[in-house]
Design a protein around this ligand. Structure first.
Ligand code: PTJ
Length: 246
């Protein structure tokens, strides 16, 4: 569909096209469309921009990823369709693997996402192994890679479906997420929640990682000491409550 640039919802419609293309390419699940619609609704309420609480979380996420010993970036069908290039750039900057982990399990989709990431320049992509699992999780997301999530200390899990974040935390890992819904289980349980659209958040995360990588480690630790995830979630909810004024 050709969207005229003058359309008031131009950007939102262009992003929607990426998810639709993801389904057509076989990398995004059909359920991914409804997940995207939920995100759109929250983005609308948040005024479709990055707020100061989003920037604080991005700064903390960058610090945590740089300080991590084994950071891993988890990729699902929605994130692959929306921000493949940025995920690859982040993986290279941090020397962190991209690990495909799907809620709606499908070997075909795993393979297609792997190919899609590699076509976008990825060199370090891991797939789940049926013999390796994390504890406290019943769904298929428990299958992980022995060189990835299994040994990770920090896992980046954007656009997550909920139960895995809690399980990862119980497994002793720190979790960073991107979720437009500040009330989701993932948003509430993650160590750091970036309440923003992944389309806007990832380029800023990359820029912030590049900036902080040039600085001192003590500064990174200070950023994490002062960061409060609950405060970020409350500020996001307050912003939503102000939507009627826009
Ligand atoms: O590819 P799969 O099989 O692993 O499935 C991926 C989805 C996303 C379909 C699956 O994990 C799922 O069902 O997720 P949920 O439970 O719908 O949660 C996704 C969360 O991401 C929701 O809280 C949405 O508000 C949020 N979200 C959706 N789109 C965006 C977003 N957050 C940030 N940016 C977005 N573009």
């Amino acid at each position: 569909m050709k969207v005229p640039k003058s359309h008031p919802r131009y950007t939102s419609l262009k992003i929607r096209e990426r998810i639709v293309k993801g389904v057509e390419l076989g990398i995004t699940s059909l359920a991914g469309l409804t997940a995207h619609g939920r995100g759109e609704a929250f983005d609308y309420l948040l005024g479709e921009k990055t707020h100061p609480f989003g920037k604080d979380a991005i700064e903390a996420a960058a610090a945590m990823l740089i300080l991590a010993k084994h950071p891993v970036i988890s990729v699902n069908g929605n994130t692959a369709a929306l921000v493949a290039k940025e995920l690859v750039a982040l993986s290279k900057l941090l020397n962190a693997p991209l690990e495909v982990n799907l809620f709606h399990t499908s070997k075909t989709r795993e393979r297609k996402i792997n190919d899609y990431l590699r076509n976008n320049g990825a060199t370090n992509v891991l797939l789940p192994e049926r013999k390796v699992t994390i504890k406290y999780l019943a769904s298929n997301r428990k299958y992980v890679n022995k060189n990835g999530i299994a040994i990770a200390d920090v896992v980046f899990v954007p656009l997550e479906d909920g139960d895995r974040t809690e399980a990862l935390i119980k497994n002793g890992k720190k979790v960073i997420t991107v979720d437009l819904n500040p009330l989701s289980r993932t948003a509430k349980h993650a160590t750091i929640t970036i309440v923003d659209n992944i389309i806007r958040a990832l380029p800023q995360l990359i820029t912030t990682v590049k900036r902080l990588q040039k600085g001192e480690w003590e500064k990174l630790e200070d950023i994490l000491k002062t960061y409060r995830n609950k405060k970020v979630l409350v500020e996001a909810l307050q912003q939503i409550a102000l939507a009627y004024r826009r």
